[in-house]
Design a binder for this molecule. Structure first.
Ligand SMILES: CC(C)(COP(=O)(O)OP(=O)(O)OC[C@H]1O[C@@H](n2cnc3c(N)ncnc32)[C@H](O)[C@@H]1OP(=O)(O)O)[C@@H](O)C(=O)NCCC(=O)NCCS
Length: 186
């Protein structure tokens, strides 16, 4: 594939669940020196089943968005979930390891943001990242996300056999995308 990949975006249907699960699992398991921290063994064990993807596809308040190349190959995906009238969550951003670091992740994220804003009219987008992924957090900051100061627990007890950092947790981030009634405005 050339460096300049043309992307086609669409909302996933139940028939797409298996290929999305495969892509997300491959992306998260990929050892990328840019993002991988002391939780490297955690990456290797990451699993995503077609059933988990289906539960998002079948949720009336959520979509899995797919990015395909000209030949129809799935190269990127991201889920977005409407949480309230004001807020959508973005999750499971994944780009095929074979075509990472060419700007695709940025475009897949931007597409998911645009979908949430245009479809649901939300004013705030939220996501999280493991605290060990400093470069990934900085990448989200370059996309306009700010740390809210809140954290969510990582279920370390499910990985007792691994030597995980003691303070492993998710860093919560938000991006304000709507003007109008945001905090601080009249
Ligand atoms: C996170 C992920 C989606 C990014 O996808 P991508 O297509 O590589 O992203 P992009 O090409 O748009 O951006 C890559 C960034 O890394 C930077 N980069 C590229 N090569 C680099 C290198 N060798 N060292 C440091 N930074 C590098 C680029 O400058 C770019 O940052 P910028 O856009 O601010 O300039 C992808 O790595 C992935 O699928 N990871 C596994 C799943 C995951 O961790 N998802 C996020 C969960 S919260």
């Amino acid at each position: 594939m050339s460096n300049n990949i043309e992307l086609h975006f669409r909302v996933a249907t139940p028939d797409d669940a298996a290929q999305i699960a495969q892509l997300v699992q491959a992306a998260f398991r990929h050892q990328d020196t840019r993002w991988t921290g002391p939780d490297i063994e955690l990456n290797r064990r990451f699993t995503m089943t077609p059933e988990e993807v289906l539960s998002t596809i079948n949720n009336p308040n959520a979509v899995f968005l797919m990015a395909t190349a000209n030949d129809g190959t799935l190269v990127g995906a991201m889920a977005t979930i409407k949480k309230t009238e004001e807020l959508a969550r973005l999750a499971m951003l994944a780009v095929d390891p074979a075509v990472q670091a060419r700007g695709l992740g940025r475009r897949v994220l931007a597409n998911a943001e645009e979908y949430a804003i245009k479809t649901w009219g939300v004013k705030m987008l939220g996501l999280n990242a493991l605290n060990t992924r400093g470069l990934l957090i900085e990448w989200y900051e370059r996309r306009g996300y700010v740390k809210t100061g809140e954290t969510s627990p990582f279920p370390v007890e499910a990985f007792k056999e691994l030597e995980l950092p003691k303070d492993l947790h998710f860093v919560e981030m938000e991006k304000q995308v709507g003007g109008g009634k945001g905090a601080g405005s009249a």
